[in-house]
Design a protein around this ligand. Structure first.
Ligand code: ADP
Ligand code: MG
Length: 464
């Protein structure tokens, strides 16, 4: 079994169990140097990553390595070394296999950065996200059509284009496809792709380092601005102010702006009204979870790309077991492919089914702590932990607090006294009451149900 294959499979698992930002930050430029007789050595780019891995991901990595290799790992070490050297060595050692693996996965090696710098000093789009490999289904039709319209008439058709939908449904893919497509017709087009978080951090460091002019120049002299997960600027006043001016400047010059979010502008709490209204100027398109046929079509497409054909009964089985989002669907497929390649056996309905069972049991859920849950809900509603733990009974705080208690009961199976304790020493009857209330309201409050679903998605996909 090649190290490359092992690491590919481990990264596949990890990518699903931690947030994308964390995944890229910590696992970019990592690799495996050796893995034998229960001893594994990883290469990491610097001491900081090493310390972080040891502290945060050590056990997760070990567990995943054990699952992938099917053998116990007694010792895991991290060595600071450039990935290039490690890869070069492995490539020399087993060139044909490496090439085969790369072709199978039809993509960059696992450690390839997901983003690239452009000559503007900003992030630009990843070439692997195109229109041609985006499978359109009923849930994504509108967003897809809008994205294409933007390519043919940038800055004019719909400005801004606002795409919203749950985690892993293709928002990032779609907006980056716009960038890639525009670049095809005009290689000089200046594109900036950033997460709202990165935009906020950039803004803050520009204030701290007194480089406001550079910041403005960077964001306001481009042709296409893609901001991912804009909901994260909610509650950050300075960042919103700065984004407001960036938006106006670009919009006035008919430069295209595309935004994504997990909800429509109106439903983003703590977002300034003037921004909300601007986000509604152009076109708002949602992406909803793919239906069964689309899931099968996506799987077919990915199999084709990876050059690993699976028969339709197998594809249907996967599509039935993995329903939530496309990122998970892809993860399940990758796992199935890697497993059968490693064992060198042909996939059967049985082997696939048994893999899917263990899939459902990936330990993401168990690793969620009450505090993480509390913080995630707080973040969703732009409330601080202090707000939540306070005695304040305003609805905007009390409802999220009740949702937290409900989720602690439902998802973490905590006792009512323990829930009360976690919420700053509240009585267990308060927790009971909150749980009862949310259960009742969920059946007829669609908005609440939507919120709770979104929070759950975030908990499980973005769980650190
Ligand atoms: P989001 O930004 O909505 O969380 P992503 O764009 O990151 O989701 O998509 C998650 C993964 O699923 C990516 O690897 C993406 O390429 C893939 N994907 C999403 N939607 C589609 C689609 N309609 N067709 C093909 N692949 C898709
Ligand atoms: Mg995204």
């Amino acid at each position: 079994m090649q190290n490359y294959e092992i690491w590919q499979a481990v990264m596949g698992e990890l990518e699903l169990s931690i947030s994308k930002a964390n995944f890229i930050t910590w696992f970019k430029n990592t690799g495996i140097i050796s893995c034998q007789e229960g001893q594994a050595v990883l290469c990491v780019p610097n001491a900081f990553t090493k310390a972080w891995m040891e502290k945060k991901y050590h056990h997760t990595i070990i567990a995943s390595l054990e699952r992938v290799t099917g053998k116990p790992i007694k010792r895991l070490e991290y060595r600071i070394e450039s990935l290039k050297n490690v890869v070069a060595e492995t490539m020399l050692a087993s060139k044909p296999l490496e090439a085969a693996m790369t072709a199978q996965f039809n993509g960059p090696a696992p450690a390839a950065p997901a983003q690239q710098f452009d000559n503007h000093g900003g992030f630009t789009v990843n070439p692997k996200y195109g229109f041609e490999n985006f499978v359109v289904g009923r849930g994504s039709e509108l967003a897809y059509a809008a994205a294409q319209a933007v390519v043919s008439r940038p800055g004019v058709a719909y400005n801004p284009l606002f795409i919203y939908g749950g985690v892993g449904l293709g928002k990032t893919h779609l907006i980056q496809a716009v960038g890639n497509e525009m670049r095809k017709t005009n290689p000089k087009v200046q594109i900036m792709y950033v997460s709202a978080e990165k935009f906020g951090n950039d803004f803050i460091s520009s204030v701290r380092e007194k480089t406001a002019k550079d910041f403005q120049h960077r964001y306001r002299t481009i042709d296409l601005l893609l901001i991912d997960d804009i909901q994260f600027i909610a509650g950050k006043e300075g960042t919103q102010e700065s984004f407001f001016h960036t938006f106006n400047e670009l919009h006035q010059q008919n430069k295209q702006i595309i935004l994504t979010s997990d909800r429509p502008p109106k439903a983003i709490p703590a977002l300034e009204d003037r921004l909300k209204s601007r986000f509604e100027w152009g076109m708002i398109a949602d992406i909803t979870a793919p239906d069964f046929e689309t899931r099968v079509a996506i799987l077919e497409r990915k199999c084709l790309e990876k050059n690993f054909p699976l028969d339709s009964r197998v594809l249907q089985t996967i599509a039935t077991s993995v329903q939530n989002n496309i990122r998970e669907l892809e993860g399940a497929l990758n796992k199935i492919i890697v497993y059968h390649q490693l064992k060198n056996i042909a996939p059967t309905l049985e082997s696939v089914k048994s893999l899917l069972t263990s899939w459902a049991g990936t330990p993401v859920r168990q690793s969620l702590t009450p505090r993480q849950l509390l913080e995630a809900v707080g973040q969703f509603y732009s409330l601080s932990t202090d707000d939540i733990l306070s005695k304040n009974r305003e609805k905007k705080i009390s409802l999220p607090r009740q949702i937290i208690m409900f989720l602690m009961r439902e998802e973490l199976k905590m006792s009512y006294p323990a829930i009360g304790e976690e919420l700053g020493g509240r009585d267990h009857t308060t927790a009971m009451h909150a749980h009862e209330k949310i259960v009742k309201e969920l059946s007829d409050d669609l908005k609440l149900k939507q919120d709770v679903d979104l929070i759950k998605q975030r908990l499980y996909v973005n769980n650190l």
